[in-house]
Write a protein that binds this ligand. Structure first.
Ligand code: FES
Length: 340
């Protein structure tokens, strides 16, 4: 049985098939709602049910509170319509019309960027190109219907090779394969692009970009895109990691900073090693952001990293004046850039 769904503000309509979530149905029919993890973890897809009923599905308590649910909220990546619906949802126009496709690709290069970070360079079949927005992610399709998500570390203008930053997770299904068995010229299949983490280009507000570990991957794509299209607004990158070796492309952000007057770079180490001789910023990356920018009321913040970093940052930036709708984040509990 299908159900009709209407978005109140735009009047856009689409239908959901049996057992299809609101988000999956929307994406299938070219309507892009805001989302990130597709897993009930991050809360990005949260909207309101104005009429009709849903099965709320499985989700983490931090993504939606009981109080929000009672007030009519639902996570559209999990919600299964049980009737026709009218909803309130954030639509992302910039990602509209970009098809989500399954594509084969070949591993062209494996570069070990750090002891536990591998850069995979992927090439599509002759004549094929992936249309995507810098900052989006793809799902690598594995046997047994398994998939692992990774952010694209490249910008669309440089799509000759698609690059992923894969962190080695002990026992990880895909990352284990990457670090032990994978060789150049191996074939993979992926589906994508996914996600609504990309630079809002209709804004001229100063942007703060915060990367944690391999959360640098989508931020790198976003910055390279911004540089290529000549974005002139201030861009300040913070890259938080434990030790110096975890800043796995150490020369790249300083080179950007030398070349671009509107770009600043602040690396932050939480546990520098004695041999690091670190005299730079220490502590947590969100603390460094707040110390430098105590009033965020005029800014936008783009953050990508592990859940504890994102949660700490969310609270800190809100307390320092950043409106909720100017925080864009990619929390990779769902394995973006660090998949297992
Ligand atoms: Fe739905 Fe993350 S909770 S996209």
């Amino acid at each position: 049985m299908t159900h009709k769904i209407r978005i109140e503000s735009s009047g856009h309509e689409f239908t959901a098939s049996e057992n299809e979530t609101v988000l999956a149905a929307a994406l299938r029919q070219g309507v892009t709602l805001a989302y990130s993890c597709r897993n009930g973890d991050c809360g990005t897809c949260k909207g309101k049910i104005l009429s009709g009923t849903v099965d709320y599905g499985k989700y983490e308590a931090k993504a939606m509170s009981e109080e929000e649910k009672r007030a009519g909220s639902a996570l559209f990546c999990q919600a299964l319509p049980l009737s026709d619906l009218v909803i309130e949802a954030r639509e992302i126009r910039a990602a509209e019309g970009i098809p989500i496709r399954i594509m084969p690709c070949r591993v062209m290069k494996l570069d070990r960027l750090a002891p536990d970070v591998m850069q995979l360079s992927l090439k599509l079949a002759e004549g094929q190109r992936l249309q995507f927005l810098a900052g989006q992610y793809i799902d690598i399709l594995l046997s047994g219907n398994q998939r692992r998500s990774f952010s694209l570390a490249t910008a669309p203008h440089a799509d000759e090779l698609l690059q992923l930053h894969v962190r080695h997770v002990p026992g990880g299904l895909f990352s284990g394969q990457v670090f032990t068995k994978m060789k150049e010229r191996d074939l993979l299949r992926f589906q994508g692009p996914y996600g609504t983490f990309f630079l809002r280009e209709d804004s001229d507000r100063p942007a703060i970009l915060v990367a944690g570990g391999t959360g640098f991957a989508p931020i790198k794509g976003i910055l390279e895109h911004a540089f290529s299209v000549g974005v002139t607004r201030p861009l300040h990158l913070y890259w938080g990691a434990r030790a110096r070796r975890d800043l796995y492309l150490p020369d790249l952000p300083p080179a950007w900073a030398r070349e671009r007057a509107n770009f600043r770079y602040t690396p932050v180490l939480s546990e520098p090693l004695p041999e690091d001789n670190w005299s730079g910023r220490g502590g947590w990356v969100h603390e460094a952001v707040i110390a430098d920018h105590p009033d965020l009321s005029r800014h936008e913040v783009y953050a990508s990293g592990p859940p504890p970093m994102i949660e700490a940052l969310k609270k800190a930036v809100k307390a320092h004046g950043l409106p909720d709708d100017r925080l864009y984040y990619d929390s990779f509990e769902h394995a973006h850039a660090s998949g297992t």
